[in-house]
Design a protein around this ligand. Sequence first.
Ligand SMILES: [Zn+2]
Ligand SMILES: [Zn+2]
Length: 305
Amino acid sequence: MQCSKCGNPKVIYKREQSGQLLCKECFIESIEKKAIKTIKKEKLLDKGDKVLVALSGGKDSVTTLEVLDSFRKRNIIDICAVTVDEGIANYRQDGVDIAIRHAQRLGIEHKVVSLKQEYGITLDEIMQRENHKGSCTYCGVFRRTIINKAAREMGATKIATGHNLDDEVQGIMMNYLEGNTDNLTKLGAKTESQAEEFTVKIKPLREIPEREIGLYVVAKDLEVHFDSCPYAMQSFRGEVSEVINQLSEKHPTIKYSTLRGYDKIKNILKEELKKDYAHGRCKRCGEPSSNELCKACSFLEELGL
Ligand SMILES: [Zn+2]
Ligand SMILES: [Zn+2]
């Protein structure tokens, strides 16, 4: 066995979807090239952008930071980062510490915001309430609100998230299975919201499978938080992910074909399902919202906060 690219006999990875064999150096290079290709193809960056990386300290966000840093080193963009501390015991603190160390190593502006500081409650405390709506519902909404606010406060022009191929395909399938056509049109490499106050979100890793990102951080010796969220397995996303992974064993290109198919119909869906958004503001926090209360504030009211 030898590397399909350079002939090096030390092969570390076989790409199931193509049969390609790769040595460590060629594997690292292939991941970085793929992310850069997505960035260029989807026009994710403009010169002079200040990109806020949503940095959890996990493999996906650390890889996103690493890839974007190559653009910062060439003075094309500036980078800053935010880490959201949801307040999950025996889990989140390690990620926060790792995020802090990466930001210091690269010398970038970094902010840690906790749910406790921001809303007076941790995710663990919410999960002890009766009739809660499930951890991911709160986590997703509160985290999004905190990241959007941080982007404005730090003067960011784009928000980069670490969504990988698996995340993106799960999102497509989940929304499809749930019949949530509204959210289905919001996926994609670049998400521009109706409200101007929401910063454009970009996903440079969306064409890279999760396992390849896991191998990339190991091959590059990047410090990451490998534990998965203790609440993850309770979620519908977890179930959908299992089914897709099972299918991929016999059909190794299925994640890519799902993504390509979605990309082809996304704009048609968006056009067909276009809604008139009321450009209102939340009466409680002032964030842009199409309802009287934004999602985060309606959850807070329900929780009596
Ligand atoms: Zn090689
Ligand atoms: Zn609000």
